[in-house]
Design a protein around this ligand. Structure first.
Ligand code: 4AD
Ligand code: MG
Length: 485
């Protein structure tokens, strides 16, 4: 027997779900949907700074949810014993601010009971008012994200992530979850981390590998994404990626996040370049509109160096420019001609067989085009086995997106969908064909032209937010000889 639920009861339940939050209010939620003036509330957070005058004291409260602190007004005896960094719980009333800097203040009710210390800090708590260098902050791996600037970068990162989700949703893509553990070296560059169970490592004599064969952390989810694209059409993922590159630069990590897209029935590489341009412009448009204040907060939070002041002025201009202009696209050969004609003395000589060095990439985008630029059709020897050969027999249908200050942020291509051609490339490169049998089987079952791309998520954040080092846009950077927490 089914019990009937009366419609009025259903709407009642919905209403209740909408109104009640089971969580304590965050400072962001209070700023966004301010309570009625004079309502009594209890708010949690940690102390950013304290100022004491004769008859009154002020405390800046943060909980990391918003760039702006909540200005709390207390009596001098209520701040006795309080210190920067402590987490506290305050009970007071929500009032209109008398100052011009913020719309609201939180006036703590009289009595010591209305100020509760939740968690104390050590004597040497390092995040005092003075600004530390980003380099020093990197040594404080559990505290650095509480600074205004770095926390605004993480909120910015979350904003960009959300906008990318929205973009793919709008474009009718499916988000998929390819594996992190893989048996194949997608890029063929040998930069793999091999994985093994501890018990096998401890006593390897008598035991076979855990997976019965070698297994690695993925360097790109592309091969598996191709399988999903053959089934679902347009697919994407944002996945952790692992590369054992020993290069200690400000744009390389051993663990980073890559956004990858794979699209069926694509026959021209410019269909993909234009799509990635649209994708980044979608994010930039949202930044320019700035309804969530992700951009404004980032700029407000950036107090790093004189330089940062002028740079942050240009963030808005940078986004405007990015959004307004169509990005140029040149071939690899054309890029070499431009570099040679510049007459500029680069540290790395401009040679056809050497590819583009980072300084060339930055110069092309930053100095010459003053905009992101696509470079297409690289020589096939420089690129992975799966890329589709062009009719010239010398280059492949691929592209890199180069941006000012960072260099390459996206790599993509058409994929070779012809079984014979792909097999012969694998053999020419002496790759282990047995390990790629599963991938080749895609070419035996209704194979079709397709292509895709991979975007380095940290590099995109660095570029959009004017951050110089990828270590400052990822919570726990892992790189060569760096994995301290
Ligand atoms: O150019 P890559 O190697 O392309 C691929 O892996 C393709 N299989 C992607 C695809 O077509 N699905 O890497 C893509 C991007 C680079 O352009 C760069 O932005 C970023 O990933 N990247 C790194 N980011 C941080 N640290 C590293 N060590 C990186 N290596 C690559
Ligand atoms: Mg690349």
């Amino acid at each position: 027997m089914f019990r009937t639920v009366r419609p009025s009861r259903v709407s009642n339940i919905h209403q209740q779900i909408r109104c009640q939050s089971t969580l304590p209010p965050s400072i962001k939620s209070l700023f966004k949907n301010p309570p009625d003036i004079d309502s009594k509330l209890t708010i949690n957070g940690y102390i950013k700074s304290i100022r004491q005058l004769k008859k009154i004291a002020f405390l800046d409260l943060s909980d990391g949810s918003h760039h702006d602190n909540l200005l709390c007004v207390l009596s001098p005896d209520q701040i006795n014993g309080l210190k920067t960094g402590q987490s506290i719980q305050l009970t007071g009333s929500w009032i209109k601010s008398k100052g011009k800097e913020q719309a609201y203040e939180f006036k703590i009710l009289s009595g010591l009971d209305n100020v509760k210390l939740i968690g104390d800090v050590r004597e040497d708590f390092p995040l005092q008012k003075k600004a530390h260098t980003l380099q020093y902050l990197r040594t404080l791996n559990t505290l650095r994200w509480r600074t205004s600037y770095l926390s605004s970068i993480l909120r910015f990162r979350s904003f960009v992530d959300t906008k990318l989700h929205e973009f793919f949703q709008k474009e009718n893509f499916f988000k998929t979850n390819p594996p992190i553990i893989t048996g194949s070296d997608c890029e063929g560059a040998g930069e793999l981390f091999q994985i093994e169970s501890k018990s096998v490592l401890d006593d390897s004599k008598d035991q076979s590998p855990f997976f019965g064969k070698n297994a690695y952390l993925t360097v790109s989810t592309q091969l598996h994404l191709e399988v999903m694209s053959a089934a679902l059409g347009n697919v994407w993922t944002l996945s952790p990626i692992f590369r054992a590159e020993a290069s200690d630069t400000n744009r390389h990590l051993s663990e980073f996040w890559m956004l990858e897209g794979e699209m069926p029935y694509v026959e021209d590489v410019h269909q993909i370049t234009r799509f990635t341009e649209k994708m980044i412009k979608h994010v930039v448009k949202e930044l320019v509109n700035d309804a969530d204040q992700a951009g404004t907060n980032l700029i407000k939070g950036n107090k790093y160096s004189e330089e940062a002041g002028s740079k942050s002025m240009t963030l808005q201009e940078k986004w405007n420019l990015l959004y307004e202009n169509e990005w140029a696209s040149i071939t690899y050969k054309e890029s070499l001609e431009i570099l040679r004609a510049s007459g500029k003395e680069f540290k790395h000589l401009v040679k056809y067989e050497d590819g583009l060095a980072t300084e060339h990439e930055k110069w092309l985008a930053g100095e010459y085009f003053k905009s992101p630029v696509f470079v297409t059709d690289y020589p096939k020897e420089m690129k992975p086995f799966y890329m589709k050969e062009n009719p010239d027999g010398e280059t492949v249908a691929c592209f890199d997106l180069l941006v000012p200050e960072v260099g390459e942020i996206i790599g993509g291509s058409l994929r070779e969908h012809d079984l014979e051609k792909l097999t012969s490339t694998i053999n020419e490169r002496n790759m282990k064909i047995d390990e790629l049998k599963w991938y080749l089987s895609l070419r035996e079952n209704s194979t079709a032209p397709h292509g895709g791309f991979g975007l380095g998520f940290e590099r995109l954040i660095c570029y959009l937010a004017n951050v110089e080092n990828v270590r400052d846009v990822v919570p726990f950077p892992r790189s060569h000889e760096e994995c301290s927490s």
